[in-house]
Design a protein. Structure first.
Length: 236
């Protein structure tokens, strides 16, 4: 595990964007695993800036996102598809037909999960996975549980996750109670993982995830077992 200390959010974002752009420059057809939330917004901003300067070309890149709320259409402003369009896909020269997010409106959840796993496999797996972490240690929407969920699955969101995401929706009732998330297996099979953590109130859970016991009660703790994990953080 490599830990890169950043001065602040902007510095963290620039350092993470550096790793991603190096990946894309070296391997233009990379499969990027992408994340949503407030942590990666600055990273995407930085990538867009470098794209506008002509430094990074996304035309060959394919992407798979970690998760999506169940019940939200991609055009819904709170959907993760919309988030990705707004913060990255609509601002760079990526082929949007090669950007994938679970379908929040899928009628058959089981079939949707199978489809998403097969899709990741058909892309040849993930070259670089960008991750944030939730206050309870979740990665993607892999919530604390009794076992690590290996494959894409439908999750009942924990009350603390609903609470944390209420800031995007206005009130807790509007936050979907379920979400699709990529499983631990797809995340762990990514060739490279970049975990970004900025907010000070996550310092404790980050410590637990990186140095505590590897347990599904802290889903992010599995990352200790990954052979190529880089943590970029400005927490103390
Ligand atoms: N599903 C997402 C995660 O992928 C993200 O890492 C986490 C942290 O979000 P933030 O970066 O906004 O703190 O929240 C959400 O629940």
């Amino acid at each position: 595990m490599k830990i890169i200390k950043a001065k602040d959010y902007k510095d963290m974002s620039r350092k993470a964007a550096n790793i991603i752009s190096a990946q894309v420059i070296l391997y233009p057809n990379s499969v990027l695993g992408l994340a949503t939330g407030s942590s990666p917004i600055g990273t995407y901003e930085q990538l867009v800036e470098w794209f506008n300067k002509g430094d990074v070309d996304f035309s060959g890149v394919r992407t798979v996102n970690l998760d999506e709320y169940r019940g939200l259409d991609g055009s819904n402003e709170q959907s993760y598809r919309h988030f990705m369009d707004e913060h990255l896909f609509d601002l760079v020269n990526i082929d949007k037909s090669k950007t994938f997010v679970p379908n929040g409106l899928a009628e058959d959840p089981e079939a949707e999960c199978k489809r998403y796993d097969a899709l990741i496999e058909s892309l040849g797996g993930i070259d670089l996975q960008l991750l944030g972490i939730g206050h309870n240690g979740h990665i993607g929407f892999n919530e604390p549980s009794e076992a690590f969920d290996k494959t894409t699955h439908l999750v009942d969101l924990k009350p603390e996750t609903i609470e944390a995401n209420t800031r995007f929706f206005g009130n807790a009732e509007d936050v979907p109670k379920q979400a699709y998330t990529m499983g631990i297996k797809s995340i762990m099979q990514a060739k490279k993982i970049v975990l970004i953590v900025s907010s000070e109130d996550k310092a404790e859970i980050l410590k637990k995830a990186l140095y505590g016991p590897v347990t599904p009660e802290v889903p992010g703790s599995i990352l200790q077992l990954h052979p190529d994990l880089t943590v970029v953080t400005c927490t103390t």
